[in-house]
Every structure is written in structure tokens, then in C-alpha cells.
Design a binder for this molecule. Structure first.
Ligand SMILES: Nc1ncnc2c1ncn2[C@@H]1O[C@H](COP(=O)(O)OP(=O)(O)OP(=O)(O)O)[C@@H](O)[C@H]1O
Ligand SMILES: [Mg+2]
Length: 379
């Protein structure tokens, strides 16, 4: 019988990863939630800084859950029209969910939204009935102004996620300046700016030349670590009739898998390999890693095919030696690359490919499972 399949049917894997979590998939983070909710309450704009998959979006949604939330995702946005459309669509969706679509449609009428509603699930789609060439930075400004008008009628919270991707559009500095000029006069309408590209987010909010410099209070979101998260994971195993063996979470941590979403992903694989009534122990970790490698292998292979021989040497050394002290004698020996400039260039290329990122003085793998795979495959 397939694991995870019981006499009573298929038991759902209780671990969720790779998406925003809520409800029973969400492990509360009372302190930081309270801090963020308090700021939203007082109309304070906030920047959420944090590495990838630590739980920024889930946290923002959770802290705002008792309020009408306009959630806009700027991921890979292309131009001003795209940005405008995403803002309008998010506002209409929030309005539809909270039962004030008519009010929102009136507020956004000048941008000519064309709304479709899925008859099956009531979800809303919206495009702007305007020629793309008419949608400029002015339209972004107009859309933000409309959010302000809407807020006066029905109090809202706005989450601008993956905000750094505004930098992708043409005349991005002008766009940022105009966005800022609207947002700063919107009084108690709170904005949450979140993004997983730390350097770009810092460029927007911490560079004195940026229009958004010091325009919002920063909250650092770290990984959801510690006892409460471990107990949450443990309960998930136990509620589905699995015991957790001694030292399991310590072993996961020891592998360098300590970011919230990555830990959930490994637990997802461990659960899938486990059996009802069984114990999930340290001895299952290698098999769980193999399962993740199997799922992600083609992505990993593409990544290594995409780098030069020297970059690969540095990549393997990062996986084996770790990302601290990359100019040390040990690292040079481990990589076989002795010229500091060559190491720097290789790391820059790996950063550009988003394979690694810089965390204080350390170079880290964006995906720890890829790091472990590189180590087992090439070292
Ligand atoms: N509070 C939480 N409780 C349980 N799991 C969580 C929590 N927050 C995040 N996670 C785990 O992390 C994953 C990613 O969460 P989320 O998308 O909120 O993070 P993020 O920091 O916004 O990620 P990204 O950098 O990809 O935007 C979730 O799918 C889940 O596995
Ligand atoms: Mg996110």
C-alpha cells in the first residue's frame, strides 16, 4: 500500500510549503504579528525585510487578516500598465470579497476596469479597458490615489508584495518618486512593502537618493525558528499518527535547513515517506532529501549547466566549505581557485543567477537543498 494511503482513504500531507499559509497551516508568531498589526492599526507604513521563504507574505496577510486587505503582487511586473492593472485588480478583488464592489468600481471608474466574475467560485478578474499606450506612470499614480479615496469610504490595508520588481519597469526612478508622492499624503492608509530581494529593497528604502528613503518603518522578519515552530511541526506529525524521533529537528538544522519554508518542505517529504504508527527519525532524513532531489533535479542540473567550470568550482567549495571566509586559504584550497578576483567574480555571477545570496559576511545558498545536492554530487 502507498504510504500516506490508509484504509480510510488518502490522508492529506499536513505540511505546506511554497505558498502563502493561513489557518491551520500557519504557526502563530505572536510578537511580530502584534508589532505589525499595531503599526497597521495606527496607519504606519512598514517595510518587511527578510530572506526568501521566511514567511513575510504569510505574516503580512495574517497581521492584516481582520482588516480589508488589498494584496498586490508585483512579481515580475513589466511596465506601468501592468503595475496599474495589478493594483486595480487587487482592489476590486478585496472589495468583492468584503462586499463593497460597487463602491470600488465607482472609485476606479476613470481607469475603466472591465470586470469578470467566475460563476463557479465568484472569484473576480479585471482588466483595464484602456489602450496599453495610455497606461503610463500617471496611471500608477491615479490607481494609488484611488486606493486613498476608497480608504476614506472603507478602511483598507495595502500590501505591495515583491515591491522591488517595480525597479524592472521603464523610468523606474520616476515611477518610485511619483508613487512616493501619492503615498506620503495618504494619512492613515497603511502600506506594507515586502520583497525577497534584500539588496533591491534596501536600495529603495535605505539609499538616501531613493524617493522612498526612510519612508516606512522596517521590520526584520527572520526564519520562524525556536520551540514554538518545532512544536507546531511535531503536532502535525503526531496528529497524523506519527511520532517524532529524538534529534530530528536538530539534524534538520544541522544540515543548514533552517528557513521556515525549507523546513516545512523537508517535513513534507519526511511525512510522505513515513507510515501511520511509525516514527520519523534522523535515519529518514537522507531518503527525504533524495525525494526532494528527485523532484527538483532538472532545475538543479540546469543551474550547474549554466555556470562556467570556475564558477562550478567555487559553487562546490561554497557547498563543502560553507560561505564564510571565501578568501581564506582553506577556501582557496577547497575550490582550487587561488585568485581573489576570480573568486569574487564567480560569486557575483552566482548571485546574479540567484543561486546564492549574501547574508552579512556569509554567502548562502538560496535553496539549501541545492547546496546539499551539489555537495553530494560533486564533492
Ligand atoms: N507562520 C508560518 N507557519 C508555518 N509555516 C510558515 C509560516 N510562514 C511561512 N511558512 C512556510 O514558509 C513558506 C513560505 O511562506 P511565505 O510565502 O509567506 O514566505 P515569503 O517570505 O513571503 O517567501 P518568498 O520569499 O518566496 O516571497 C510557506 O509555504 C510555509 O511552508
Ligand atoms: Mg512572499
Amino acid at each position: 500500500m502507498l504510504k500516506g494511503v490508509t484504509l480510510f482513504g488518502i490522508m492529506k500531507n499536513p505540511f505546506a510549503y511554497g505558498r502563502v499559509v493561513e489557518g491551520t497551516d500557519y504557526c502563530p508568531r505572536p510578537k511580530i504579528e502584534k508589532l505589525l498589526a499595531g503599526m497597521l492599526e495606527s496607519g504606519q507604513n512598514v517595510v518587511l525585510h527578510g530572506e526568501r521563504r521566511v514567511g513575510k507574505t504569510s505574516l503580512a496577510m495574517r497581521a492584516a487578516r481582520k482588516r480589508r486587505t488589498v494584496y498586490v503582487d508585483f512579481l515580475a511586473c513589466n511596465d506601468a500598465g501592468d503595475v496599474t492593472e495589478r493594483i486595480v485588480k487587487a482592489a476590486l478583488k478585496a472589495a468583492n470579497d468584503a462586499g463593497f464592489l460597487d463602491t470600488a468600481l465607482k472609485a476606479f471608474a476613470s481607469l475603466r476596469p472591465k470586470v469578470t466574475i467566475d460563476p463557479d467560485n465568484g472569484s473576480i478578474g479585471a482588466t483595464l479597458d484602456t489602450h496599453a499606450s495610455e497606461l503610463t506612470i500617471d496611471s500608477i499614480e491615479a490607481a494609488l490615489e484611488k486606493l486613498g479615496e476608497l480608504h476614506k469610504k472603507k478602511a483598507i490595508v495595502v500590501i505591495l508584495d515583491e515591491f522591488q520588481d517595480v525597479l524592472r519597469i521603464k523610468d523606474e526612478r520616476v515611477a518610485l518618486a511619483r508613487m512616493r508622492s501619492v503615498i506620503q499624503f495618504q494619512g492613515d492608509l497603511p502600506y506594507v512593502f515586502s520583497g525577497s530581494s534584500r539588496d533591491k529593497m534596501e536600495m529603495i528604502f535605505s539609499d538616501p537618493d531613493s524617493p522612498f528613503f526612510k519612508s516606512a518603518i522596517t521590520i526584520e522578519v527572520g526564519a520562524h525558528a525556536g520551540l514554538s515552530f518545532r512544536n507546531f511541526l511535531k503536532r502535525k506529525f503526531e496528529k497524523t499518527n506519527r511520532k517524532v524521533g529524538a534529534g530530528l529537528f536538530e539534524a534538520i538544522d544541522g544540515l543548514g535547513v533552517n528557513v521556515t519554508g525549507d523546513v516545512q518542505q523537508l517535513c513534507w517529504a519526511l511525512w510522505l515517506l513515513s507510515e501511520r504508527g511509525g516514527t520519523v527519525g534522523v535515519d529518514s532524513v537522507d531518503e527525504a532529501l533524495d525525494m526532494i532531489f528527485q523532484i527538483e533535479r532538472s532545475k538543479y542540473e540546469d543551474a550547474v549547466l549554466n555556470v562556467s567550470a570556475t564558477q562550478l568550482k567555487v559553487l562546490v567549495a561554497l557547498a563543502v566549505h560553507g560561505g564564510k571566509g571565501v578568501y581564506s586559504a582553506d577556501f582557496k584550497r577547497s575550490s582550487g581557485v587561488s585568485v581573489v578576483g576570480t573568486i569574487t567574480k564567480a560569486i557575483q555571477r552566482l548571485e546574479a543567477l540567484r543561486i546564492v545570496y549574501r547574508h552579512r559576511n556569509e554567502i548562502r545558498f538560496a535553496n539549501p537543498f541545492f547546496g546539499i545536492w551539489v555537495r553530494t554530487r560533486f564533492a
